[in-house]
Design a protein around this ligand. Sequence first.
Ligand code: TRP
Length: 376
Amino acid sequence: MTKNDFIVTPWSVKGDIDYDKLVKQFGTKKLDEKLLKELKSITGGTHHYLRRKIFYSHMYLDEVLKDYRKDNKFYLYTGRAPSGPVHLGHMIPWIFTKWLQDNFDAHLLFQIPDEEKFLFKKDLTLEETRKWAYDNILDIIAVGFDPKKTHIFLDTEYAGHMYKHAVQVAKKINFSTIKSTFGFDNDKNIGEIFYTAMQSVPAILPSVLEGKKTRVLIPCAIDQDVHFRLTRDVAESLGYYKPATILCRFLPGLQGMSGEGKMSSSVESTAIYTTDDAKTVKNKILKYAFSGGRDTLEEHRKHGGNPEVDVSYQWLTFFEEDDAKLEKIYKDYKSGKLLSGELKMILVDKLNSFLAEHQKRRKEAEKIIEKFMLRD
Ligand code: TRP
């Protein structure tokens, strides 16, 4: 892989991602000013992920909003394939999903495909993915979703409701389409080939649950749109709307955008887990967070740092909501007034207060988990 190469699939992300190119590659749309204005006009507010183009692409969001204007409500749908602990990168789409739920008073289907990583990874058993499912659900609930409007399910526990829809989808997608869409070769197991049918189901379930054609908006990281492109190809012929998506970038891994492009649950030095304590967070940031600072204090004061490549600054664009504060940090770092170590400590404090809150709610989630679960 040369310096400018990158690969983004639902199962692998590598290299220095060019997000503009990715939109072209995937054939999705940019979130333009007109749509952002419409979102603002409906919600009466804005989210820093939108202002900073962290959520930056979509498919059919315009249709969803147009219908919403006519009093047709939509469902939200997102998911998480369990294979390990939740890290901060996973939380980004969920935090935004909660904002959407609050502002549109929408029901949310939260899929936990506990078979996905079992099928795609050699060494995981279904017992292990199930254990991680119930661990990860605590993080999901801790985001603060409305228990009356949020429905979480494991595929292996809700398959009775899902299967007949999955086969409807599956019958309309042939092997060569799956091969070319996902780049699969012949040694893929047949579970992997079928999987996208299961991920399609919650995009059509709301119409079944509501007893009428109902739109679905899926907030997720951009790598997942590929699945829903296939769902879109078949949805209308089955009598449903094409699912809409609103798509985000990845939170970069601690060591920066090249190499391991996003955080990885399995690579300790790239990720901060939601259960890390304050000291661990501090140590990881100080030790691993890629710095855009200069080699010597003297040079840094003279020439300033580079916030574009500095992971601590990049993370603050995700976690510091206050635009004015963020801008001051940007300017001070660029001018050399703010040092790398100081910037890192701003991030450490920010993350630790975020995590202290999250961990409190995560503990409380243990008591209310059953309010959220759907089972056969
Ligand atoms: N495939 C996703 C993952 O690897 C899990 C998932 C299932 C999902 N349904 C989804 C993600 C809908 C986003 C939206 O984690």
